[in-house]
Design a protein around this ligand. Structure first.
Ligand code: NAP
Length: 325
């Protein structure tokens, strides 16, 4: 008999066809109250779950006694209680690698947009306010040759370093759990303690996961170490930053600008003070959001889920402890 899979993310027709071949599929169209009610109804029969952007906590997963595998369509796994899943022997998989380059592109889009004030000045043109040649009040600052600081030198951090080093001639500083000799060799990158990086980098970019250790890693003290010309970029997770402290630093101009793809609360509330600051470029969590990459991520998640439900170890298993059971 086919196993039951609950999708809480729409897939392309070819991927849906693949899933239907191997499983009974229930699709939850939207994560709104009716959709969540449908999800709760489907959980008791579910062997597999596939989706993203939903906090799957123990209260929800307790409704799914037959659950064998969860395939997240994301690389970040902060929405999952990994200890709980492991205890129950539920295999959690994610989609690393396929989104690395696209997310690094997003990081660079934010670097360029903030430094060259692209959004602010394009809005000015659109509003019919370009009356004469612009002067220093509208100048930006260079990106090429400036120091790129990367916090979290993993896959995405490395792809950002590659762009900075080869594309823009930027010296690269980085902070991570451990030094990365291969990154130092390839990009001339230099390891720094966190506080030193904050003081020395022109662009401070966050590319680390949200964990108990990284939650609010960057707060008032850290912003105080940055200089008035520093540009802060976050493409990791909003909760790695104390957002109130960020707003304060931007309002007081103790840092110059911020390019933000992720926020403490998403969608970002309309009344967020960040949206009243013209030195902020805010994007709606689009790190991996291209047609090609989202399809590759979905395919990777389907591969992981089908492998797990067939009794094989998924390629991107997050909790090996669940496999050992
Ligand atoms: P990764 O390869 O696992 O890299 C994460 C890096 O962060 C690792 O190198 C790790 O260092 C470092 N790190 C972890 N905790 C740290 C800490 N407390 N202090 C210093 N460094 C720390 O992950 P990735 O594929 O690059 O993805 C990184 C994160 O980006 C994801 O977890 C996700 O949250 C986010 N992301 C966001 C988007 C978006 O749409 N904006 C898209 C994709 C990913 P060590 O190697 O030394 O342990």
């Amino acid at each position: 008999m086919k196993k039951s899979v609950v999708l809480y993310k729409k897939l392309s027709a070819p991927l849906m066809a693949r899933l239907h071949e191997h499983a009974e599929v229930t699709l939850i169209d939207a994560l709104d109250p009716p959709g969540l009610a449908k999800l709760r109804d489907a959980l008791p029969g579910a062997h597999g779950l596939l989706g993203a952007s939903l906090r799957l906590d123990a209260a929800l997963l307790d409704l799914a006694p037959q659950l064998e595998a969860v395939a997240s369509v994301s690389v970040g796994v902060d929405n999952y209680d990994i200890e709980y899943l492991t205890r129950r022997g539920i295999l959690l998989s994610n989609t690393p690698d396929v989104l690395t380059e696209t997310t690094a592109d997003t990081g660079f889009a934010l670097i360029l947009a903030t430094a060259r004030r692209v959004v602010e000045l394009a809005d000015m043109v659109r509003a019919g306010q370009w009356h004469k040649n612009i002067g220093p009040a509208h100048f930006g600052s260079d990106v090429h040759g400036k120091t790129l600081g990367i916090i979290g030198m993993g896959r995405i951090g490395e792809a950002l370093a590659q762009r900075g080093h080869f594309g823009f001639g930027m010296p690269v500083l980085y902070h991570s759990h451990s030094p990365k000799p291969q990154v130092e060799e390839r990009f001339g990158a230099q390891y720094r303690r966190l506080n030193d990086l904050l003081q020395q980098a022109d662009f401070v970019c966050l590319t680390l996961p949200l964990t108990a250790e990284t939650e609010r890693l960057i707060g008032a003290q850290e912003f105080a170490l940055m200089g008035p010309e520093t540009i802060f970029i976050n493409i990791s997770r909003g909760k790695v930053v104390d957002e109130a402290a960020l707003v304060e630093a931007l309002q007081q101009r103790t840092i110059r600008a911020a390019g933000l793809d992720v926020f403490e609360r998403e969608p970002l509330p309309h009344d967020s003070p960040l949206l009243r600051l013209n030195n902020v470029v805010a994007t709606p969590h689009i790190g991996s959001a291209t047609h090609e990459t989202r399809e590759a991520m979905a395919e990777c998640a389907v591969d992981n889920l089908l492998a797990a439900l067939a009794g094989q170890k998924p390629k991107n298993l997050v909790n090996p402890g669940a496999w050992m059971q």
